[in-house]
Structure formats: structure tokens, C-alpha cells
Design a protein around this ligand. Structure first.
Ligand SMILES: [Zn+2]
Length: 81
């Protein structure tokens, strides 16, 4: 018998940080944050979440920020995701 298990990506969610300034180009309202997660599955049934990642990017300067580079304001905005 073969067992199928492993990891699968969950759905991605996005939010625009309207009142947050980009630390790089100093524009306000250009940052958006996306959250993606990985799930452990067994026969493609999602059992539990393994990890989730936050990534912010700026539509003005196209700079991307990982979670460990987030400013306090960015963290606050991402908390609603
Ligand atoms: Zn920017």
C-alpha cells in the first residue's frame, strides 16, 4: 500500500497597508503584505499548518521585505491577515 503525504501550500491572502510608509522609497499606501502557509497533508487532506510566511512588497520601488525586516507599522498591518 502506498501512502501519500507531504506538504501543500495553503491559500494566499493579501492586504494593502494603506497608511504605512515604505521604509525604502518613503511612499505611503504602496505596500502590500501577502501571507502564505504550508500544510501537512495525508492523502491530500490538510491536517495541520506547518509554517506561514509573510512577505511585503512595494508597488512603487518594487522592494520586497521579509518578516524579519518589517517595521512596527508593517507588523501592525499584517496582524489582520
Ligand atoms: Zn517603496
Amino acid at each position: 500500500m502506498i501512502f501519500f503525504f507531504g506538504t501543500r501550500p495553503g491559500k494566499q491572502t493579501f492586504t494593502l497597508l494603506e497608511n504605512t510608509e515604505c521604509p525604502f522609497c518613503k511612499q505611503t499606501g504602496t505596500l502590500s503584505v501577502s501571507k502564505s502557509s504550508n500544510w501537512f497533508h495525508f492523502f491530500w487532506i490538510k491536517l495541520f499548518k506547518i509554517s506561514s510566511n509573510l512577505l511585503a512588497d512595494c508597488s512603487h520601488c518594487t522592494r520586497a521585505y521579509y518578516e524579519n525586516e518589517f517595521t512596527e507599522e508593517m507588523k501592525k498591518g499584517a496582524a489582520n491577515l
